[in-house]
Design a protein around this ligand. Sequence first.
Ligand code: F6P
Length: 360
Amino acid sequence: MNERIGILTGGGDCPGLNAVIRAVVKSATKRGFETIGFINGFEGLLDPITYKVLDYKELDGLLFRGGTILGTTNKGRFVAKAGLGESKRIPKQVLDAAKRTCDQLSLQALICVGGDGSLSIAQQLYENGVPVIGVPKTIDNDLEATVMTFGFDSAVATASNALDRLHTTAESHNRVMVLEVMGRYAGWIAAYAGIAGGADVILIPEVPFHYESICRKIAERESQNKHFTLVVVAEGAMEAGGQYVTTGNTSDKHETRLGGVGEIVAEEIQKRAHKETRVVVLGHLQRGGGPTDFDRVLCTRFGVRAVQFIDEGRFGHMVSFQPPDMVPVKITEAIGKMREVPVDGGIVQTAGALGISLGD
Ligand code: F6P
């Protein structure tokens, strides 16, 4: 029998998951491993155990296909995250059952592709004896211990493309356009897309905003004969002294669903600045679809390196992008805290130098 490894994708989906799967299967096959893919994330490890053998010859077109052919979930018996930095212990019997599956299938390694929540689960599996290797995924780019996660560049491309389109209609109608993008605890997508798409105001969770400041920017533009304004707001941004805007769909088991801040910001601007205002919520368009060229290369490098980690015995490690290299870091270095946009860092300074308002 061939030596065998497993792979699964956990948490919210993201452009590039299939490109990672393809890279893992291709390089593993070349190395002599058979690869099996567990279905619906960690759930596939539990009764009824569900997986499929991944033959790379059958995986044509995966490099650019969105979503994940393995399915994923952020619900089920493995939920490890309740909110910001809050990690939950998974019941021992669940961890034991997953370990039994890996033993029965004689897995030499289990490659877990996911963000903070999924990698917290992966770490607990590792502590329970499963030879785990992590690959960092999230469009939010808020994972510690890697310079970038895959999916982020693709989400930024979608958001900046939306801004390009909003620009022309805003200009034609002399309107304020508010674009709400994803980003729960970190404003990376808003900041990068805002700069790439020529936004005038960027609101991120790291910098609580004031409406007076936003309206000042709009007034400044009016005085410069620019009668339209583009505002990008991260879903996790909040007014100074305020709190997260949620959809009201809360549960103690899962993370609260954010959403709605764009609508509130737009209404308030219309009231205070007396400008006609429209809002667009980009939502899951940022998560769907295929990866950018940059993400295709990043995903491919993550997948190839993850397979190399097996022979190097780097279990309990995650592949980290430290340009120009892909290096091992302990999974524990990546989880339990969020990598925020540094308020005194280069991105914020660049925005400031361009006259972009952060609403502070
Ligand atoms: O963490 C990634 C993310 O896209 C967040 O920005 C967003 O709040 C969340 O996932 C939404 O997840 P879902 O709609 O799948 O519950």
